[in-house]
Ligand binder design. Structure first.
Ligand code: CU
Length: 180
């Protein structure tokens, strides 16, 4: 093989590598991953809303938590009283079927504002779940995206309705859901 042929062969191999490599780069960056992710297991997330014994404020426990990507069955036990929220359409969104079950009843997509005490709302995932007073709510989430997702309560449960603690206070009516 002459030098010129050898260089030509090397150049061709490099060109093929660049093309294949470029192909992978495009696949990784330009093409969204398949959304038909299959959950390897079903996980459970249990949240409780209790009155903090020290300051009397309603508080989600835990407020910051991690869940595995896939199917998650969530239970919220709410021990608080209803908060007045006239005008709330109180629609359930972002859960499987856009429904929740209250005290084991048939799944519903809408909850009467007269009963609601708090919400579990994740704006970036369009999740909105209503938590009636003195109730146990269950619903299923299907989370394909990993990352950190802030959640908050949208019900005017603060000292001045929409403002004032615990409204928006991390560890009480706001927190972060980490999906791994
Ligand atoms: Cu609240």
């Amino acid at each position: 093989m002459q030098d010129s042929e050898w260089f030509g062969t090397v150049a061709l191999v490099l060109a093929v590598v660049v093309v294949i490599g470029g192909g992978f780069a495009i696949a990784a960056e330009g093409v969204p991953p398949a959304t038909t992710t299959v959950a390897v297991s079903v996980s459970h997330l249990n949240l409780t809303i209790q009155i903090n014994a020290t300051n009397g404020m309603p508080q989600y426990t835990p407020a910051n938590f991690s869940v595995a990507r896939g199917e998650i069955i969530v239970t919220i036990v709410d021990q608080d009283a209803p908060a007045a929220w006239p005008g709330c359409a109180c629609n359930v969104t972002g859960t499987q079927g856009n429904v929740e079950s209250i005290n084991g009843s048939a799944p519903t997509s809408q909850v009467s504002w007269t009963t609601v005490a708090h919400t579990f709302t994740v704006p970036s995932l369009h999740i909105n779940v209503l938590s009636p007073a003195q109730s146990t709510v269950t619903f299923t989430l299907w989370l394909n995206q990993t990352g950190q997702f802030p959640w908050m309560c949208m019900d005017p449960c603060g000292s001045n309705g929409y403002t004032g603690a615990p409204m928006g206070v991390p560890g009480y009516m706001a927190g972060t859901m980490t999906v791994f």
